[in-house]
Design a protein around this ligand. Structure first.
Ligand SMILES: [Zn+2]
Length: 455
């Protein structure tokens, strides 16, 4: 056992084989052993975590860092500090709302340059597929993006236009040619346009403007394309549980499709959103409690494989606190630092375990991005860990968030699960909410070869 440089011991180590008492050894940033709890330690002092749970570091594949170009909304330093404090050790940045968006290799390099100023967790990048960049997709894939994001309806920013049905087909064919993953914001533009559009402070009006039918129809179209062309497609931030049977049927039929949902869809309900509370606005929207129950069933039966934040912040003014108008407020919920306790609080209430949460928030997203060296406490993987006190509670105080703009739909909520510390490749990068001043994160690239995702 030469060269071990870290030993962590806990009565609750969350491994792919279940949660058990164990001692984990680390050397050179990799996990080298998952041993019995009472294993005689090597020469290194043992860090005994007692009853605190040792989870794999979370992998959040849906984060809008907005840097460069809209760094007043977020930024690589603030986003990755929030990630570290919240137990997230890897994040993958969305290709919009930075300026420029990640739609060419040159733009990707500008993002990487911004990130090289310092990141506190590991960071990778999604590319974007927009109407005029089909000839860029292969080069972006070679340059290391993990896949390509597209919209079928307006994205909210003009520099990232949506794909028409013909353009979707073109992009899907191109990606299929080199094995790229297409990740999609699925809402049908016609059905959105046809929905009642009533501005104002009433959440019910906003909800009616983004109906489930728009999501269901868009997903149906994507499943058809994936089935016909063989494209690997991933559905982002699923809100409408009506689409679950469609997705499950496609998966059974061998269509290469996966789907994710988000902490806010699993923990917040339309019924409880106060009128004018635009910090709850996102697209697709938070729906009714019965819809939320069905999303949990989708996780339980494996139709949904990932729970990721869709952290999409903006400046306070853009949330229009002056008017509380849902129609004009920026859509996006900030939860990068809070995703783990938010999901765990609801998961434990529903009788789910920490192993489920680790699978949804670490293993599943790591598989989506082909990060086979992340996502589990297993020999050979990176020594990325989150130490969680699962039974301890805290009340969300926005002032304690590292997000650049600490506005959050979770303010004032009491949550279960306090992140005690976060470890990246065997280094403690955050403890008790404080982030180590030295940025130890690395920039990640897609690993060559086919993605390891199960579908
Ligand atoms: Zn998003």
């Amino acid at each position: 056992m030469a060269g071990v440089d870290l030993v962590l011991r806990s009565t609750r180590v969350v491994t792919p084989g279940g949660t058990r008492a164990a001692t984990v050894t680390v050397a050179d940033g990799k996990i080298t052993g998952v041993l019995p709890h009472d294993a005689a330690p090597p020469s290194v002092p043992v860090r005994d975590l007692g009853e605190d749970a040792l989870l794999p570091g979370l992998v959040d594949t849906h984060v809008h860092v907005n840097d460069p170009g809209r760094s007043e909304w977020e930024g690589f330093a603030s986003a990755t500090r929030a990630a570290a404090a919240g137990g997230v050790t890897t994040l993958v940045d969305m290709p919009l709302n930075s300026v420029p968006p990640t739609t060419t290799v040159e733009h990707l390099e500008r993002k990487r340059a911004a990130a090289r100023r310092g990141v506190y967790v590991d960071v990778g990048f999604w590319g974007g597929a927009v109407p005029d960049n089909t000839d860029q997709l292969r080069a972006l894939h070679r340059a290391g993006v993990f896949g390509f994001k597209s919209f079928l309806s307006p994205s909210g920013v003009e520099e990232f236009p949506e794909l028409s049905p013909t353009e979707l087909e073109t992009a899907a064919r191109e990606l299929t040619g080199f094995g790229g993953v297409l990740i999609v914001h699925a809402e049908d533009p016609q059905l959105l346009q046809g929905a009642p559009q009533r501005a104002g402070r009433r959440y019910a009006d906003f909800l009616a403007s983004r109906p489930r039918a728009a999501e269901n129809a868009a997903i149906e179209r994507l499943l058809e394309v994936a089935g016909r062309l063989g494209t690997r497609i991933h559905i982002l931030h699923l809100s409408s549980a009506d689409a679950l049977p469609l997705i499950a049927a496609a998966q059974r039929a061998g269509v290469r499709v996966t789907a994710e949902t988000c902490p806010h869809f699993l923990t917040l309900t339309a019924e409880e959103v106060p009128d004018g509370a635009t910090e709850f606005k996102c697209c697709p929207p938070i729906r009714e409690a019965a819809n939320q129950d069905a999303l949990w069933e989708g996780l339980a039966d494996g139709t949904l494989e990932c729970v990721v934040s869709d952290h999409s912040p903006c400046t306070p003014e853009l949330k229009r606190p002056d008017t509380g108008d849902f129609a004009t407020a920026w859509g996006g919920i900030s939860s990068l630092q809070l995703g783990l306790p938010a999901v765990w609080t609801e998961a434990r209430r529903r009788g789910r375990g920490l192993a489920d949460v680790a699978r949804w928030m670490s293993g599943g997203p790591a598989a989506l991005a082909g990060l086979d060296h992340k996502g589990a406490i297993e020999v050979g993987r990176d020594a990325d860990f989150t130490v969680l006190a699962p039974e301890q509670t805290f009340t969300v105080d926005p002032a304690e968030l590292h997000h650049r703009n600490p506005i959050t739909a979770y303010a004032g909520r009491t949550l279960h699960g306090v992140v005690r510390s976060t470890w990246l490749r065997g280094r403690e990068i955050a403890a008790a909410g404080a982030v180590h001043p030295e940025p130890a994160g690395r920039l990640l690239e897609r690993r060559p070869g086919p993605p390891t995702a199960s579908r």
